[in-house]
Design a protein around this ligand. Structure first.
Ligand SMILES: *[C@@H]1O[C@H](CO)[C@@H](O)[C@H](O)[C@H]1NC(C)=O
Ligand SMILES: *[C@@H]1O[C@H](CO)[C@@H](O)[C@H](O)[C@H]1NC(C)=O
Ligand SMILES: *[C@@H]1O[C@H](CO)[C@@H](O)[C@H](O)[C@H]1NC(C)=O
Ligand SMILES: *[C@@H]1O[C@H](CO)[C@@H](O)[C@H](O)[C@H]1NC(C)=O
Length: 549
């Protein structure tokens, strides 16, 4: 194991072996997960859901920055399985990303062990099963990465910390939903909104009056933006997918699919009672409500509080303004001792600019979605494996253009785009459709520097936030608008860029970013790690009998 003398106290030298410095290793954390179907009735109808160790939602994965996570996953479903760690950056290790093109699946009845760490990360994320539309059946859970003890947090430790997983939900099982999509149709309106796997009024959070709690809210649903709010209480936003933000009170918060937020809520109401927690669909009519109970834990609890429920805003502009108001706290330290503001992204020169435009198309009456005119199709052999083993004919770098091309003929490909290692790049997500998009990039956190209506053009750069834009891994793009992000491609690997709307991703709205260090004079520390010892082969890689990783 290599270590850097990064000036942090965590690295303790233990020995010097043949000129190589060996550090005390970070602690190991072992998890053993059995993934299986159980029946549950979140919306009053018994259905087959995916549980982990018989829990639906799955257990919270609580870890600490840089711990070595060893997660043994047993697949007891009747389908192949992979679990992806949405927002965990997997430094130089896309082998553990658990998406279709980085790993061969864990076959039914078999097991596979993930090995990774949340390197230099803190904060709130979530995991979910990435194949076969299984997320519609559950299998998701919250990820909580605690800072190391030497790093102080920018707020007083809360009395307790609760995961709040919100999402749209269908009463139909995921295999039926998948067939509907494969037959070229869309799913239509969901049947309800779940909070921690439970239907309206079922989940309950017990709190003590006067105390402050941290809620880690993740939208684990399929398609819908949800507006989150609590009757009689304000939400102090403190963290966004691993960034500490300038602490701001909101009465309601829009959480787009795939996004995670931490809020602090102080139990400051003078009447000890039960208050409603609401998550309701945004930008669609009629709205669907999910709810849970905030229970003041006192002997004098008066039961449900009367009065109006808080309402969600009903315009789009206020959502955009809320997004712009979420800023990085430059002086707070997150996973490392140096403050978040010490990386001056705004002063770096853009080496390359990408524009990814989504579009919808009906081909032979079947719905498809595209990025820059290309609809993604899964390859028989994962792209990552084909790349490593140099298998011909699986994918082509450049099979998707880096800008939308007018009047291009729509095509299908296992799209891969290249990124130069260490290049500082701008990615513009252009949304010419009249529905909201939610975009995610694996392997990175990016700075969300701007959002605006209409078509992006280079003049829009004048409006970018080059000082304290928030760094995160999933961003929304409002209808007929654009969102610009910036990032340094310092993480070699093959990284999925996808629509977090699972219907759109399933029908083609995704691509892969290939970041390789081609500088042969650079040493091994600047390259992606070799494949893990337990690498699974599939597709045309199975024909290479002599291969031994
Ligand atoms: C920013 O972080 C600092 C350092 O932890 C903290 O003292 C301060 O209250 C935070 N400011 C805001 C506006 O959140
Ligand atoms: C609520 O009160 C009960 C009984 O007094 C106690 O056992 C429980 O720990 C309390 N819950 C919380 C969240 O403090
Ligand atoms: C959802 O809750 C809002 C109040 O926030 C209410 O006006 C609306 O009628 C509810 N919708 C449904 C379908 O129950
Ligand atoms: C390649 O790596 C060497 C050694 O690390 C470095 O000095 C050089 O600047 C690198 N070249 C490029 C083009 O990055």
């Amino acid at each position: 194991m290599w270590c850097r003398m990064g000036g942090t106290l965590a690295f303790i030298l233990t020995s010097v072996l043949s000129g190589i410095l060996v550090c005390a290793e970070d602690p190991y954390q072992y998890e053993d997960w059995t993934v299986s179907y159980i029946s549950a009735s979140p919306l009053g109808v018994s259905q087959k859901v995916i549980a982990i160790n018989n829990q639906f939602p799955g257990p919270q994965l609580e870890t600490t920055t840089n711990y070595n996570l060893i997660i043994n996953v047993h697949n007891e479903l009747d389908e192949p399985l992979l679990i992806t760690w949405d927002g965990i950056q997997l430094r130089k290790n896309s082998w553990q990303d658990g998406v279709a093109e980085t790993n061969c699946p864990i076959q039914p009845g078999s097991s596979w062990t993930y090995t990774f760490k949340a390197k230099d990360q803190i904060g709130s994320y979530y995991y979910y099963p990435s194949l076969k539309f299984q997320k519609a059946a559950g299998g998701f859970g919250s990820i909580r990465v605690n800072p190391r003890r030497i790093i102080s947090s920018p707020f007083v430790p809360p009395a307790d910390d609760y995961a709040v997983l919100i999402g749209d939900w269908y009463k139909t099982d995921h295999q039926t939903l998948r067939n509907i999509l494969d037959n070229g149709h869309l799913l239509g309106s969901p049947d309800g909104i779940l909070i921690n796997g439970l239907g309206p009024h079922q989940a309950s959070f017990s709190v003590n009056p006067g105390k402050t709690y941290r809620l880690r809210i993740s939208n684990v649903g399929l398609t819908h933006t949800l507006n989150f709010r609590i009757q009689g209480h304000r939400l102090l936003l403190v963290e966004t997918e691993g960034s500490y933000v300038t602490q701001t009170y909101y009465s309601t918060l829009d959480v787009h699919v795939g996004q995670s937020y931490s809020v602090l809520v102080t139990m400051d109401q003078s009447i000890p009672a039960d208050f409603q927690i609401i998550a309701s669909t945004r930008f669609v009519w009629p709205e669907l409500n999910g709810s849970a109970i905030l229970h003041y834990n006192t002997t004098s609890n008066r039961g449900p509080v009367s009065g109006d429920l808080p309402r969600a805003p009903n315009d789009v502009q206020s959502s955009l303004e809320q997004a712009r108001s979420i800023r990085l706290n430059l002086t707070a330290g997150a996973a490392r001792l140096n403050p978040q503001g010490s990386y001056h992204y705004g002063r770096l020169k853009i080496a390359k600019s990408y524009v990814f435009a989504n579009s919808a198309l009906k081909l032979k009456e079947k719905q498809r979605y595209m990025v820059n005119g290309v609809s993604f199709v899964r390859s028989r052999t994962p792209i990552k494996l084909a790349d490593y083993l140099k298998l011909e004919g699986v994918f082509q770098i450049g099979s998707i253009p880096d800008h939308p091309i007018d009047h291009a003929t729509p095509s299908f490909a296992s799209s891969v785009i290249s990124g130069d290692f260490r290049a500082f790049v701008e990615i513009v997500f252009q949304n010419p459709e009249n529905t909201l998009q939610s975009w995610h990039i694996d392997g990175y956190a990016f700075f969300v520097v701007g959002m605006g209506w209409g078509e992006w053009n280079p003049d829009a750069r004048q409006s970018y936030n080059l000082l304290d834009a928030v760094a995160r891994s999933t961003t929304q793009v409002y209808e007929n608008s654009w969102t610009a992000v910036m990032l340094e491609l310092d993480n070699p690997g093959l990284w999925n860029i996808r629509s977090q709307d699972l219907q759109r991703q399933w029908l083609g709205q995704e691509l892969y970013l290939h970041v390789a260090n081609s500088n042969t004079s650079d040493d091994v520390r600047r390259r992606e790690e070799p494949p893990p010892h337990n690498l699974v082969l599939c597709g045309s890689a199975l024909d290479l009998h002599s291969f031994n990783p």
